[in-house]
Design a protein around this ligand. Structure first.
Ligand SMILES: NC(=O)c1ccc[n+]([C@@H]2O[C@H](COP(=O)([O-])OP(=O)(O)OC[C@H]3O[C@@H](n4cnc5c(N)ncnc54)[C@H](OP(=O)(O)O)[C@@H]3O)[C@@H](O)[C@H]2O)c1
Length: 279
């Protein structure tokens, strides 16, 4: 009798786990117990990614250059009941990058996920007119800081047995936006950085993938879409007839950081609404 009871309760447990898997309940917190660092995450795409990672169960450390922006974003996401904290991090400053990693280690005991999202575009015009200072700034912030921040988190990821890095590039990496030469070039470099890091870090169980957003409606890109007429004419060229929203970029990043993507590294996902310029 007791034996029958044990068998029945084992069957019930198995059935429950099947139900959970088929109903999706078991997948509700795919990033549970993970600690994530997101750069440039007090606005736009970075903020949407930080929000989604936290909704999916991660403890997220937000960051950007200005303390007031960090405070505002942290308060907003905490107000939604999400597990987020924040610190100032200008990605071009070595001491800020170190503090970002140290903050995660102090608060949460380590780092599992890095989203490298910060970028600048200080000029509009021809590459032939760009000064050395501009090249230095664009390559320092967009490319070099990504490589150096990855270098800073890798030892922490190794202590946890592995990790996941997602680098935010741009569709401009494939098909240049007019007038944004150095920016486009820096984003193409990030595709190469992704592939090189993926190869180098795979043996340490660290995956490196890349996101290439199309035109996403944020303040960073407003020069390209501002004005009703301009926005309408851009929409006409898209296969999906709208501009992108920051949230369009968030779910795919969460997926790339999850166990479901454990056999994916060195890849770039374009979130571009079918932007024809890529063809
Ligand atoms: N929007 C688009 O259409 C589009 C398309 C393709 C790719 N992207 C890429 O997506 C990423 C985010 O762009 P976005 O459109 O979301 O921009 P956004 O809405 O303007 O947000 C920019 C964020 O970056 C922070 N930031 C700026 N410089 C920083 C620095 N040096 N170090 C750390 N944080 C910094 C800002 O906060 P603080 O002012 O407090 O620093 C803010 O949180 C960039 O890599 C961009 O190239 C955007």
């Amino acid at each position: 009798m007791q034996k029958t009871g044990l068998v029945l309760s084992a069957c019930a447990r198995t059935w429950k786990s099947v139900q959970m898997a088929s109903s999706g309940v078991a997948r509700r917190n795919p990033l549970e117990n993970k600690v994530a660092l997101v750069t440039a995450s007090t606005d736009g795409i970075g903020l949407a990614i930080a929000q989604r990672l936290a909704q999916d169960g991660a403890r997220v450390v937000l960051s950007s250059r200005k303390q007031e922006n960090v405070d505002r974003a942290v308060a907003a996401l905490q107000g939604e009941g999400l597990s987020v904290t924040g610190t100032v991090c200008h990605v071009g400053k070595a001491e800020d990058r170190e503090r970002l990693v140290a903050t995660a280690v102090k608060l949460h005991g380590g780092v599992d996920i890095l989203i490298s999202n910060a970028a600048v575009n200080p000029v509009f015009g021809n590459i032939m007119d760009v000064t050395e200072e501009v090249w230095d700034k664009v390559l320092d912030i967009n490319v070099k800081a990504t490589a150096l921040l990855t270098k800073a988190v890798v030892p922490e990821m190794e202590k946890r047995g592995g990790g996941s890095v997602v680098i935010v590039a741009s569709i401009g990496a494939y098909s240049p936006f007019p007038g944004l030469g150095p920016y486009n070039v820096s984003k193409t470099a990030l595709l190469g950085l992704t592939k090189n890091l993926a190869r180098e870090l795979a043996q340490r169980n660290i995956r490196v993938n890349c996101l290439a957003p199309g035109l996403i409606k944020t303040s960073f890109s407003q020069l390209l879409w501002m004005g009703k007429e301009r926005e309408e004419s851009i929409k006409e060229t898209m296969q999906i007839r709208r501009l992108g929203k920051p949230e369009d970029c968030a779910g795919i990043v969460s997926f790339l950081c999850s166990e479901d993507a454990s056999y994916i590294t060195g890849e770039t996902v374009v979130v571009g609404g079918g932007t024809p310029s890529r063809l």
